[in-house]
Design a protein around this ligand. Structure first.
Ligand code: GLU
Length: 380
């Protein structure tokens, strides 16, 4: 795929229920196969793909032939129980046509919000990716009740994307993006193809366009964009109505793209500071040390050594050649890749690794630098 997606290595794809399930006919198998064809192609091009799929409740409803009225919580949960098992099977079968394995992950809110469980969920998903599987993620609807649920998969997908330090979150939906007003009601509605920052104006454009089968409308998509962009993940809302939706997006189909802002919020920095990198570290040269003290990112060029084994998104210590600990941060590369690009220019990354990863080894929004005096004491 000659591709608008090539700058993004790790990609989370969220699929809305109405794309996958037809009210009358049930699962749209042809569409799912076309999506899995696209996933296989992206994987072959070096991307890592995670799927967040809705559709458990919608599918369970059709399997159980439940009435079209609003269901009670326990009916929805029963529908999810029946639908999820079917959903997992069809993903697994469709990906298997390409020799790919699917791994099912069902999350509840606490799994991304409590640090210990967050680390555990992240480790499992990272391992699945390392093993070459495609994680297929949904909310654990059968046990989640209103107080303890994400409630919609747009927000769930955004949390997963930031948890996994994904480069891009794709929300495939039955609309092709954001309009200045609801397009069905207002013929003058303007399509918004790019959002640099989520302002009050942008939020005001998000009228609710949810359908009967899915919970998320434009409001939850804008909420998801806020979570994603704060976490340094770009996001795009694109139509998934036609077959091969990812191929269409890669070829430049109309969509609304949201820039990541990268967060320097103190809460995030505190959280980074609270992590324990143990024996994982990058050793940096003097020039890089000075750059970090001036608030810059850590580039591969300034790294002289890589210690320990880690996965992209792990916290690693930053030390200088004398062994003084300078700080720590979330690294953008697995340890093997970090080794390969250490000491090299960012422009060489694509040639060295076969994909165009981030220019920064650790982005400045993802790192904390300890005060110089403290580092000096450690050095003595
Ligand atoms: N988790 C729900 C399901 O799989 C979907 C929630 C949503 O539509 O956002 O049915």
């Amino acid at each position: 795929m000659a591709s608008k997606l090539s700058p993004y290595r790790r990609i989370v794809v969220k699929i809305g229920s109405s794309l996958l399930v037809d009210r009358k006919d049930g699962l749209k198998g042809g569409w799912l196969d076309s999506l899995c064809d696209d996933i296989a192609e992206l994987r072959a091009a070096g991307h890592e793909i995670l799927v967040v799929s809705s559709g458990a409740i919608a599918l369970g409803r059709t399997v159980l032939d439940l009435p079209a009225r609003t269901l009670k919580l326990e009916e929805n949960q029963a529908a999810a129980a029946v639908g999820q098992i079917a959903l997992a099977r069809v993903f697994s079968q469709s990906l298997a046509r390409h020799g790919l394995t699917a791994g099912q992950i069902l999350l509840t809110l606490g799994d991304t919000e409590q640090r210990r469980r967050y680390l555990n969920a992240r480790a499992t998903i990272s391992t699945l990716l390392q093993l070459g599987s495609v994680p297929v993620i949904n909310e654990n609807d059968t046990v989640a009740t209103s107080e303890i649920r994400y409630g919609d998969n747009d927000r769930l997908a955004a949390r997963v994307a930031t948890m996994m330090t994904a480069d891009l979150l794709i929300l495939l939906s039955d609309v092709d993006g954001l309009y200045s007003a609801p397009p069905k009601l207002n013929p003058d509605a303007r399509f918004v193809d790019h959002v640099g920052e989520i302002t009050a104006d942008i939020e005001a454009m998000a009228g609710d366009v949810g359908t009967e089968l899915s919970r998320g409308g434009m409001v939850t998509k804008i909420e998801a964009a806020k979570v994603a962009s704060r976490g340094g993940t770009a996001m795009v809302i694109a139509s998934g109505r036609a077959e091969h939706p990812l191929e269409a997006l890669a070829r430049g189909a109309r969509a609304t793209w949201f820039d990541p802002v990268g967060s320097s919020s103190s809460a995030r920095k505190k959280w980074i500071a609270g992590q324990l990198p143990r024996e994982r570290a990058v050793v940096i040269d003097e020039g890089a040390e000075q750059a970090l003290r001036r608030g810059k990112s850590l580039l591969p060029a300034g790294v002289v050594d890589v210690r320990g084994t880690f996965t992209r998104g792990d916290t690693v210590a930053i030390v200088n050649a004398a062994g003084a600990r300078l700080g720590q941060g979330l690294i953008a590369y697995d340890s093997a890749d970090a080794q390969r690009i250490a000491g090299r220019r960012s422009s060489e990354i694509e040639q060295l690794l076969g994909f165009s990863g981030r220019a920064e080894m650790i982005h400045r929004d993802d790192l904390i630098v300890e005060a110089a005096a403290k580092a000096a004491v450690v050095r003595e």
